[in-house]
Design a protein around this ligand. Structure first.
Ligand SMILES: Cc1cc2nc3c(=O)[nH]c(=O)nc-3n(C[C@H](O)[C@H](O)[C@H](O)COP(=O)(O)OP(=O)(O)OC[C@H]3O[C@@H](n4cnc5c(N)ncnc54)[C@H](O)[C@@H]3O)c2cc1C
Length: 493
């Protein structure tokens, strides 16, 4: 039986962040991944001559001094980034809005639309900037997040005047903040707020906890880029960096059991058993529970609570498209967010995120084509309440609605389609093994529960959960930050 200082189960960005931090701390690490490629929801997979991004397509944290950029530099990762402006183009039936990488430019773009309340927009975005600046400092420098050393506590004390205004936001919704600036009757702003809130904190502005949502509203402004070749390039570069620094990465090794033996963890995968005092499981809480094979192991309250909260979340319906390059005007990679009916919930094909690969990205599609990843939210409670057969029909109806929304709001993509591969929560379950295909972590609905997990705690002695159902939450950057934090907390213990 091989022994390690730590074993990481799963190479999503939570697992990658944890494994890279461990090797940087000089630990002997084994990373076990069930698939034969890394990245999970943020991977690039091959189908025939196409390389599709599985889920995530647009990433932040690449700006100067930010976490992803620091890692790329430190490990000389061979990753090319495409900086996009606009980062996203938001389209509704009667207007289009370019979401610039610059906040001032975004305000100007909004202010140019008919009926725009410029004054209120400027004031809202000024306030939003203050909140986001305070909270993103914690992302850019995860040392500021718990666990806290004395030095960091002192740094926080110095920053305390910045935190005070945040206290009044706790327990409020994003929409209520926007309302106080009298902006909600301006449709483009309302749609912008809901669209961004849905793809970041995974709920509408009316439901979203204001602190998290105001910070996430900075999504386009924080070193946000497209990864040339697809996000799998970055996931692969993380694996290479882990191996170069002395770690071991094994693909096609699904972990099927975790057992505590005399204080160490025994990890079973593909007929082999590996041993380590520390395990970082890059899994949903429900998947981790299934892996704890020793029936005497009692899982704690935290694991049960986060299992329930994941169940309040989402699945994804997808269309992976090969499109005729000559029909797409724009050569650069680009992202469209489409809202067919702004008065209806932003899910089930009414709201789409579409990411088009760049004309320069050789190898992503056959000659003369480009790839597009299209996604929409599927409410899992609604889906899972149906019989297995009904679920199939439900997903097909959502995918049909997606095609309809594409045809109206992105006709240039719709008429260019040459091949289409649909996918559903079941597809996500099959590939990433996430139970039932739950994705997007825990929705940040208003409430104090959002602040649980701010102090990383083991699930059982030496066993930590990482990934998007843990603080600070969803996105590749957030899960990588979470992986790093969990490791620092474990090593301090
Ligand atoms: C449709 C969609 C679009 C998104 N868009 C964006 C975006 O544009 N930008 C962004 O930043 N984020 C986006 N996200 C969110 C982001 O992708 C996720 O929050 C993040 O990638 C999740 O990472 P994770 O660490 O939780 O691990 P996961 O992605 O869940 O990966 C877990 C890994 O563990 C492996 N695994 C599972 N079980 C086992 C086992 N038993 N043994 C070994 N290995 C195992 C899986 O194969 C997988 O590789 C999107 C998500 C979806 C679904």
């Amino acid at each position: 039986m091989q022994s390690f200082d730590a074993i990481v189960v799963g190479s999503g960005f939570g697992g990658l962040g944890a494994a890279l931090t461990l090797v940087e701390e000089g630990r002997r690490v084994l990373l076990l991944e069930a698939l034969n490629y890394p990245g999970g929801c943020a991977s690039t997979f091959r189908r025939g001559d196409y390389l599709f991004e599985a889920g995530a397509t647009l990433f932040s944290g690449f700006g100067e001094g930010q976490l992803m950029q620091q890692w790329i530099k430190r490990h000389q990762m061979a990753v090319e980034l495409d900086w996009l402006d606009p980062v996203i183009e938001l389209r509704a039936p009667s207007w289009r809005l370019e979401l610039s990488s610059d906040r001032r430019q975004l305000v100007n773009n909004m202010a140019e639309l008919p009926g725009a309340p410029r004054d209120g927009l400027e004031k809202f975005f000024e306030y939003q900037r203050k909140v986001a600046d305070t909270l993103w400092a914690l992302f850019d420098d995860p040392a500021l997040l718990p666990p806290l050393s004395l030095g960091v506590l002192l740094r926080h004390l110095k920053r305390s005047p910045k935190y005070l205004p945040l206290v009044s936001l706790i327990g409020r919704s994003l929409e209520s903040v926007a309302k106080s600036y009298d902006l909600l009757s301006f449709e483009p702003f309302r749609v912008y707020l809901n669209a961004l809130s849905q793809i970041t904190v995974q709920v509408s502005a009316a439901e979203a906890e204001a602190t998290f949502a105001l910070a996430a509203t900075d999504y386009c402004f924080r070193g946000t880029a497209h990864v040339r070749g697809g996000i799998g390039t970055l996931a692969n570069a993380f694996c290479e960096a882990i191996e170069k620094a002395g770690g071991q990465v094994i693909f096609a090794h699904r972990v099927n059991g975790l057992r505590n033996v005399g204080g160490d963890w025994e990890v079973a995968a593909r007929g082999d058993t590996y041993r380590a005092p520390l395990v970082f499981a890059n899994l949903l809480p429900q998947n981790l529970t299934e892996l704890l094979t020793d029936s005497s192991t009692k899982v704690g309250k935290n694991l049960l609570q986060s299992t329930k909260r994941v169940e309040e979340g989402w699945g994804a319906a997808m269309l992976y498209l090969g499109v005729e390059a000559s029909q797409i005007g724009q050569a650069s990679p680009h992202h469209l967010e489409l809202v067919a009916d702004p008065t209806m919930p932003f899910m089930k094909g009414n709201h789409l995120f579409c990411s088009v690969s760049g004309a320069e990205e050789s190898g992503r599609a056959p000659q003369g084509e480009r790839t597009v990843t299209v996604s929409t939210h599927v409410p899992m409670k609604e889906l899972l309440a149906l019989s297995s057969e009904e679920q199939g029909g439900y997903i097909q109806a959502v995918q049909e609605k997606m095609r309809g929304t594409l045809s109206i709001l992105a006709p240039e993509l719709h008429r260019a389609i040459r091949t289409e591969m649909p996918a559903s929560p079941r597809t996500f379950e099959r590939f990433t093994r996430r139970k039932h295909g739950y994705v997007g972590g825990i929705p940040r609905r208003v409430g104090l529960r959002n602040y649980q997990g701010i102090f990383p705690e083991p699930i059982l002695p030496g066993l930590y959960l990482v990934g998007d159902s843990n603080f600070p939450g969803q996105s590749t950057l957030a899960t990588a930050v979470g992986g790093q934090r969990a490791v620092k907390a474990a090593l301090r213990r």
